[in-house]
Structure formats: C-alpha cells, structure tokens
Design a protein around this ligand. Structure first.
Ligand SMILES: Nc1nc2c(ncn2[C@@H]2O[C@H](COP(=O)(O)OP(=O)(O)OP(=O)(O)O)[C@@H](O)[C@H]2O)c(=O)[nH]1
Ligand SMILES: [Mg+2]
Length: 420
C-alpha cells in the first residue's frame, strides 16, 4: 500500500496537515517517470497549498479536474514532408498498424498523399495524425501553406525527410516557430542508408560512424538553409526501437502540455521495456490520484468513496490495461500471426488473462484491511466503504503490474523470434 496514502489517512484523521504537506511533492515525484506526470506545476502547487490548509474538498475537486482533463485530452499531430519520405509509414507506426491493416494510411512508391488526411488512432479516437500533402509538390507555397492547412489546429508538427531537408522544410519550420508551435525534424529510412553503406563499404563500415555522418549532414544542411539548433531524430519506420525513435517519444512527451501526456503515453507502441515503464508510471499515477481523492473524500462529511469495489468495474479496468499494453485479444491474435505461433501458445504465458485468479488473491483483502485498520484505529469504527475503496486501489495496482510484466515478457518473445 502506498505509504503516502496511509500517512494521509492517519494524519488527516488527526488534522495534522503540516507533515503531509512536506511529503506530498517528494512522494509525487517518485511516482512519475522522467518525462513528467499529468499534473501541471501550478496545479501541484495549489494541491499542496490546499493540503497545508486542510482544504480537503479542494483537493478532491483539483484531482478530479486533473483526471477529467487527462481523459478528455485531444491531440492533433501534423506530419509534413515531401512525397515518398515515409509520412504515411510513420503515422501507421504511431498508430500501431501494419501497412496492410484496413485502417492504415496508404504507403507506396508512387505519390500517394495528395490531400490532407486525418488518421484517428484506432484505440484513442481523440488522437488524430494528419498526413499533409507533400511540400515538394508544384502547388506548395510556404507563405500560405500553414494557413491553408489550418496551423493553429495542431499541437505540434513533425517535418519528415528521407534525404536532405529542403528550403521549403526550413521555411515551414520558421513559420511554425513564428506561430508559437513546436516542430521536430525526423529523418527516416536510416535502415536503408546503413544497408547501402555496408554493401558498398563492407570492410570499413561502422554503424555509429554512418549514423553520425547522417546526423552531421542533416545539421549542416538545416543550418545552411537557416534553421538554428534544429532537433533531428534519425529513425526507421520498420524498426522503431532502434535509432532515435525512443528519444523522439521522450521529447514529445516532455513537451506536450501535462494534461495531454497521459493519453499520448498510452498510445505509444510498446517498443522497449522503457516505453512499457513509461506507460506503467502514467497509469500508476492515475490510480494513486484516485486513491488520494478517495482518501480525502473519507474525511468530508456526507461524502462516500467514489470508487467502490464493483467486480464488473474491476474486470473492465483489467481489460483497459490489457488494451493499453497491446494485450487485448485482437492484438494478441495479430502478434500470433506475425510470429506464426498458435494464439493459445502466447496466451498460455500471460498471467493477466485470468481475472479471477488475480481477484481471488487473499493477500489483497488482507492488505486493504491492514491499512484501513491503521486509519480506523484513530478515526473510529471501521468503514466498509474505506475498505472497499482500498481493495480497489490495491487490486488495480496489481493488475497494472501483472499486465506490464506480461507486456515485457511478450516483447522478449517477439525479439527472440525476430533475431532467430
Ligand atoms: N527502408 C525504409 N523504407 C521506408 C521507411 N519509411 C517508409 N519507407 C518506404 O518508403 C516508401 C514511401 O513511404 P510512404 O510512407 O508512402 O511515404 P509518404 O511520405 O507517405 O509518401 P506520399 O504519400 O507519396 O507523400 C514506401 O515504399 C515505404 O515502404 C523507412 O523508415 N525505411
Ligand atoms: Mg503518404
């Protein structure tokens, strides 16, 4: 059980808020990942102040606001670049879709993106990637382009190139900057650059050196055309966990507004243990906030716990976690097909599929009773709603850890098959 929540229950019942106030921020920062959490610095300060002054109803409403904003966040990502640079492939990769999937953006060797096209994320409909028409086409006019595509509409821009960035890209970057939006340069197809280099210079080939050359070349090319201190990410759309894609993910997560981070973190593909851990932290943060909100509610007269212990709700929660980590039935079937393995062989290794054995675990009940006893010892008679609320907290944390561990396990299996 979370130490802060226990201390909260004990201290709030004694109306001793000073000690809690000092512990709040340090504890919060142990929960979140290095890309940040879903609460803005201003809101953190106001929650801390409310805690200091014992204004529990304000804590409840601020936490509620944070959760609602995160759940309703909308994200619009613009992907720009010349024809054939890999925009559609990049969008498909971020949407977790293969090129052949029904909802995938068309990918091809001939010019396929002629009009601005929105692609919703299949699992997160509030997130849309915009495949924007090639900047290299004869109709492209940098001065009017952003207005034409409605630049104020997007959260940030990804400018893609598979060779050298063009003057049009630079002009566009300048315009985006002037409009106060963020942009990121992405250099795709580094896998084929490496392949070609190795083929042509087999004796002297060194991957690191070639990547550095591509990076230096992009930097020189962009500074030549007037972009100062550009941020460039080298990627392969076919192999996201290699090269700079993880760094791109981290940078984007750090730089989007706090309330959009939660949703964005959940949609990112499970390409490494690190990306799985980032998702785990965001979900753990949400579970913790819900528990803190419930704990605060327990001290407000005439209020009951918002989160009781309703089994269908818990089952739904486990289903949600499985989906976030790509362990829903549809995703498992797709993985089985890719690995050419029977679905049952994959399912046999996953602990998160057995809801009942996770729920029946007696230690969950014992843990919730122990921590609630600490609360009730000072607060008066046992409150069953408090016990139920904490049972839900402990169970959800357990679901989350089991699902995240399963996701890492499956990732290992996929890597083993890919290497073999
Ligand atoms: N080797 C390699 N090929 C890639 C990569 N990304 C895309 N491609 C290939 O490049 C070609 C063009 O990719 P698309 O994703 O269709 O490019 P686009 O920018 O959407 O092209 P238009 O729609 O015509 O503007 C396809 O054959 C892709 O398979 C990559 O990272 N590495
Ligand atoms: Mg395209």
């Amino acid at each position: 059980m979370d130490q802060f929540i226990l201390t909260f229950l004990k201290n709030a019942s004694e109306k001793n808020f000073q000690q809690l106030t000092g512990r709040f921020l340090p504890h919060y920062f142990t929960l979140i990942s290095k890309v940040g959490g879903m609460i803005s610095p201003e809101t953190l300060t106001s929650i801390q102040k409310a805690l200091q002054e014992g204004r529990l109803a304000d804590i409840v409403s601020k936490i509620q606001e944070v959760i609602t904003a995160a759940e309703n966040a909308v994200l619009e990502v613009a992907v720009i670049g010349e024809s054939g640079t890999g925009k559609s492939s990049f969008i498909n990769a971020l949407r977790g879709l293969s090129h052949t999937a029904e909802e995938a953006a068309d990918v091809g060797v001939v010019e396929t993106t002629m009009h601005k096209t929105p692609y919703q994320h299949p699992k997160y409909p509030k997130v849309t990637f915009w495949d924007l028409p090639g900047t290299g086409t004869p109709n492209f006019l940098p001065d009017t382009y952003l207005d034409k595509v409605g630049f104020e509409y997007y959260d940030f821009f990804i400018i893609i190139s598979s060779s050298r960035f063009t003057l049009n890209d630079a002009r566009l970057a300048q315009k985006i900057k002037d409009s106060g939006k963020k942009f990121y340069f992405v250099r795709t197809k580094v896998d084929s650059d490496l392949y070609n280099e190795e083929k042509t210079k087999p004796t002297t080939f060194k991957e690191d050196r070639v990547l550095q050359q591509i990076r230096d070349y992009c930097l020189a090319n962009l500074s030549d055309i007037g972009v100062s201190e550009p941020r460039i990410f080298l990627i392969s759309n076919f192999d996201l966990d290699r090269f700079d894609f993880p760094k791109l993910e981290e940078t984007l997560l750090k730089e989007v507004p706090c309330h959009k981070r939660h949703m964005f973190a959940l949609l990112l593909p499970n390409i490494s243990d690190a990306s799985i851990e980032i998702k785990r932290s965001f979900l753990q943060e949400k579970i913790w906030l819900e528990a803190l909100r419930s704990a605060a509610l327990a001290f407000i007269p005439c209020m009951t716990f918002l989160m009781g212990f309703d089994l269908p709700q818990q089952e739904q929660c486990l289903k949600g976690y499985r989906s976030y980590f790509g362990l829903d039935d549809k995703s498992i079937e797709e993985i089985a097909e890719k690995l050419d393995t029977p679905v049952q062989d994959i399912k046999g290794h996953l602990k998160c599929l057995d809801f009942w054995s996770l729920v029946k675990d007696d230690s969950i009940v014992a843990k919730s009773i122990n921590c609630v006893e600490a609360f009730c010892a000072v607060n008066g008679g046992p409150s069953s709603s408090v016990v139920q609320g904490f049972k839900a907290y402990i169970l959800r944390s357990k679901f989350l850890n089991v699902v995240a561990d399963d996701a890492k396990h499956l990732l290992r299996e996929i890597e083993t098959v890919n290497i073999a």
